[in-house]
Every structure is written in structure tokens, then in C-alpha cells.
Design a protein around this ligand. Sequence first.
Ligand code: KE4
Length: 429
Amino acid sequence: MTTRNQQLFEQAKTVIPGGVNSPVRAFGSVGGVPRFIRRAEGAHVWDEDGVQYIDYVGSWGPAIVGHAHPEVVEAVRAAALDGLSFGAPTAAEVAIAEEIVKLMPSVEQVRLVSSGTEATMSAIRLARGFTGRDTIIKFEGCYHGHSDSLLVKAGSGLLTFGNPSSAGVPADFSKHTLVLPFNDTAALTETFARIGDRIACVILEPIAGNMNMVQPDAEFVRQLRALTQQHGSVLIYDEVMTGFRVALGGAQSLHGITPDLTTMGKVIGGGMPLAAFGGRKDIMACISPLGGVYQAGTLSGNPVAVAAGLKTLEIIQRPGFYEQLSQHTRLLCAGLEAAAQQAGITFSSQSLGGMFGLYFAERVPASYADMLASHTDQFKRFFHGMLKRQVAFGPSAFEACFVSAAHTEAHIQATVDAAATVFAEMAQG
Ligand code: KE4
């Protein structure tokens, strides 16, 4: 019997490359038929076959207050009734910029854009314009969106410049990007010793979420801040995923690090297309129309998206929001670990705020290499076993997952109960 999801997937593939508008949605790394989501509310999504799932994808981070939160939907409705887009400044953009500046002390000024890719691409150009340097550093396993400078994988040797990780990126472009091992303080120190005065910026996922969740050592981020300071390189914390997700003040508030620029997205739009980059005033002064670094956008600061973002930022500041979110996420991870242990399955997990990582490995990973060594085949079995039991995780072993304020202890218990049966099945081989 062909399901509606299968029908839609076949239909989609005739008019959309791979049938999806973003590759990870195609279930390529887990196999099977992607679920076409008809609607979402609270902690749940429903697919086109009418099947309800407890959702831990959360649109890859934006849905922190829960899907279709009535107050967010009302704010969007009200804004839409006043028009969808003006191409002119609005009071709401000032309000959300002031809110971001208040919540992220390192951000003295901020520019709104429409996606995380735009935010990181603009921040890189800004850092190059501010320093007059071309070379940038990113880390293996970190993803910062799909702009050319950042679709680069590690070169053959530690200190060789990057090679394109995507077709269509000219080698002349990627040669300015150096890719270092994540969390490798020695490699970082050695690189700055050799070419520190040529480095425009270093961009970091301060808690990686795109190789699954991987946390850096405190020493690594401390040294990164010291070296960038010492060599006049711009430190960019890419908090598109971690911003307002791991804590109200993002990863930088947990690290006690003040980056020069921060990129944000996901949560600040509450599910609508809104992202941002911001930081030191002297650097932001280089952005057009003030300075020579050009950056623009028809829908930047879109009033409907800003309305969703403002309401979301208001909700996450309510008393106890992060305490409960963190507590529920910890409860989920503890429950899954106990269930895996009960079944004799090698499993570990970690969480910060509403972000968590699940691993079929003895210990949580400290690097990309650790992640590559984990049992991704086990993840596939777990993923499909849980999907069959109406629990949806991200369709890739290399993605972090998310709990929302709408997830209750009942949802967590139901998830753990389902996992117990899946782990038991897996243990039988
Ligand atoms: P977008 O262009 O997708 O809005 O943001 C790019 C981006 C930048 N920086 C970080 C740290 C990110 O996690 C992302 C996007 N994250 C992925 C999820 N792993 C988006 C999901 C997708 O590509 O469909």
C-alpha cells in the first residue's frame, strides 16, 4: 500500500531536486521515505498520512516554545494584517535589535538578515573588510550554512588550505579557508604562530551541532579567544543553533567568552525566516551604508518574521523557562541512557538547555573523528524504530536534536518507553 508520504515524495521529485528544499530532509543518511508534515502543534507534528509524532527536530531549532504557539501565531496574524513587507525600516526592527543587544552583551549593534547562511556569509565578509585580510579559519565538522567560503573541507595536511566540499566552489575561493580539527588547541596555536597576522577571522560553532552535539574544551575556547585577540583576528561565534537555545545568553554566556561577532538565527525568528549578525560597534561600523562592506536584503527585518521573533524572545524570558527546558532535556537523556543500559546497548548522550546529542558510542564525542567512529548504523535502526513508534528525531546521526517548552514529562516518558522497546529489539540483533 503506497502511503501519502510516498506518493508526495515521488511527485515532489519530479519538480524539486531530490524532492526536498534542503538535503537533510530527504532521509538520505537514514534511508526510507521522508515524512511530509501537514501540521505541527506544541510538541507534535502530523505527517500527510495523519500519523502524529512527538517531535525532537523542532524545525532544527526554531520551535523552542513549541510548534504553533498561540501567542506567536497571533503575533504573526496581527502583523500580517498590517502588510507583509515594506522594504523600509520599521519600529519592530528597532525593538528586536534592542532585545538582541540586551540579551547578548557582546552584541553592541546587530543587522537582521533572512537566514543563518546570510548571517555567517555577511559576518565573514565584514571580518575580511574590517581586517583587510583574506584568510579565514573554520573547524572540521562544523557547518555554518552554504556560502562558498564555508563549503570547504580540510586540506590534505593539517596546515594546507581547504578544498571545496561542494561542486561549484572555485578552488581560488576555498584556498582562503583553512580547516582545523575541532577542539585541537595545539593545531590552533601552531597555525596562529605561523600565519596569525594573515587571519581575518575564525568562525566557530561554540557548541557544535552539525556533527551531532560536540562541546569544545574550556582550554580550546580560551586559547582561541586569546590568539584571535593577540593577532587582531575577528572571533565569530556562530550561534545560529546555540543562541537562546543552550541558554538565554547562548553558548558565549556558558563559556564566559566575549566574541567579536556573533551570528544568530533559528530561535530569533521563532520559525519564520529571520537571522542576524552583530557584535563590536567598531566592526559593525564597516557595514554599508556606514562603511565599505556591502550587505543588503529585500526581506531583511521582515515585519511578519520580526513579530514571530519578538514574541518568541518574550516567551523565553519568562521565569523558569530555561530551568524547565533544561530539566526536561536532562530527563530525556537520562531516561534514554537507562533504557539503553537495560538492553545492553552501547549508548551515551549529553544536553545543554534545550539541545541534546545521542550517540551509539561509549562516551560523548570530543571531535569530528570521534563522531565518525560512532555506530551510525545503530543510529539508523534506532531512528526508524522510534519513527515507527511515532517519535521523530533528526534523520541523521550527525545532527543535534531539540526539546521545546511544549514537551511535558508525559512526552518524555512516552519517548523513553518507546526507546526501551527499540533498544530491546536492537539487542536481539
Ligand atoms: P540556515 O541558512 O540553514 O538558516 O542556517 C545555516 C546554519 C548556520 N550555522 C549553524 C550553526 C547552523 O546549524 C545552520 C543550519 N543548521 C542546519 C541544521 N543542522 C539547518 C537544517 C538544514 O540544513 O536543513
